[in-house]
Design a binder for this molecule. Structure first.
Ligand code: HEM
Length: 297
């Protein structure tokens, strides 16, 4: 994942320079959604020209409508577009006899139990990376920036570290903990009582990870975030067990590069006057838009 760092840094500098020149932005639209998608294309070995198409599919598959409603038909349409794209791209590479670049190129050489991995499994794998690695990063960044735009001491702390070229990894970890965006779902396999709730085999349950991360019964002071003096506490933002996040290393690098690159160039900023960003709840919690202004150095 470290190999992607130079490209991440380059793209962060480009995006932030353009935003700084404008003097204002919608952080979600102009930065947070774009950066992970650029890196996804880079990771998979796909052309950067596909960026607008992937951003559109991401909106359809992963985001609610402007009214905050998740529209299953729109989501399935987006998912089928992604599946169709990867089916065609894998077929094209197979026919050309060239595996091509990136993770997709590597996948075409994968074997399962000594036989080539079936193309359907590879398409599923690509879809999983698309569904798991884009809005998670975009929204973790957006909640982090909302916090920093509204908490001066914490913003100054991160900007100070970035200006000194020091690591902001502890701050990233604490922000990930406090604003964990995913809600994970499970099907109950046997009757069990959990936290005073009786669950029955077959029940479908969701676990908002943020509530575990802020549980004062587990970690004293967990329901507060103080970047300037706090130490990062253990957390479940990346889940746990066999399905723990496969992309956590990349996600941490993306968060760290994005936040330090921004604060080196734009250490001072504020929420646009009289705006209250609206959040939404879903498999991944999100913010519709995050207008920032009053850039200073
Ligand atoms: C801040 C960003 C991210 C957060 C908070 C996050 C969080 C999570 C969580 C909580 C899970 C467990 C889901 C479950 O148990 O049901 C998960 C799984 C997964 N994540 Fe991430 N993720 C992030 C970024 C990424 C990225 C960048 C990638 C890849 C490019 C990625 C790939 C995956 C994959 C493939 C799984 C499924 C693993 C499995 O089922 O075995 N994630 N993620």
């Amino acid at each position: 994942m470290g190999l992607l760092r130079p490209r991440l840094e380059e793209r962060t500098v480009e995006l932030v320079a353009a935003i700084r020149a404008r003097g204002e932005c919608d952080y979600v639209e102009d930065f947070a959604l774009e950066l992970p998608t650029v890196i996804f294309l880079e990771l998979m070995g796909l052309p950067i020209d596909e960026l607008p198409t992937f951003l559109e599919w991401e909106k359809q598959a992963l985001a609610p409508t402007d009214e905050g409603v998740f529209d299953p038909e729109r989501q399935i349409g987006g998912i089928f577009s992604v599946v169709g794209y990867f089916q065609a791209e894998i077929a094209r590479r197979r026919e050309s006899g060239e595996r091509g670049d990136g993770l997709l190129g590597a996948m075409l050489g994968w074997e399962l139990d000594g036989v080539p991995a079936p193309d359907d499994a590879l398409v599923n794998c690509c879809l999983l990376l698309f569904l798991a690695g884009l809005d998670t990063v975009a929204m973790s960044l957006s909640f982090a920036m909302h916090h920093l735009a509204t908490h001066d001491a914490d913003r100054r702390h991160v900007a100070g570290l970035a200006a000194a070229g020091e690591s902001i990894d502890d701050a990233v970890e604490e922000l990930l903990r406090f604003y964990a965006v995913p809600e994970i779902g499970r099907k109950v396999t046997q009757d069990i009582e959990l936290g005073g709730q009786q669950l029955r085999a077959g029940d479908l349950v969701v676990f908002p990870l943020v509530s575990a991360n802020r549980d004062e019964a587990l970690v004293a002071g967990a329901d507060a975030l103080d970047l300037a003096t706090g130490q990062p506490a253990p957390h479940l933002a990346f889940g746990a067990g066999p399905h723990r996040c496969l992309g956590s290393h990349l996600a941490r690098i993306e968060m760290s590069v994005a936040l330090s690159g921004w604060h080196r160039a734009i250490p001072e900023y504020a929420l646009r006057h009289n705006t209250t960003p609206k959040a939404y709840w879903g498999n991944v919690h999100g913010i519709f838009s995050l207008p920032l202004e009053k850039f200073g150095s």
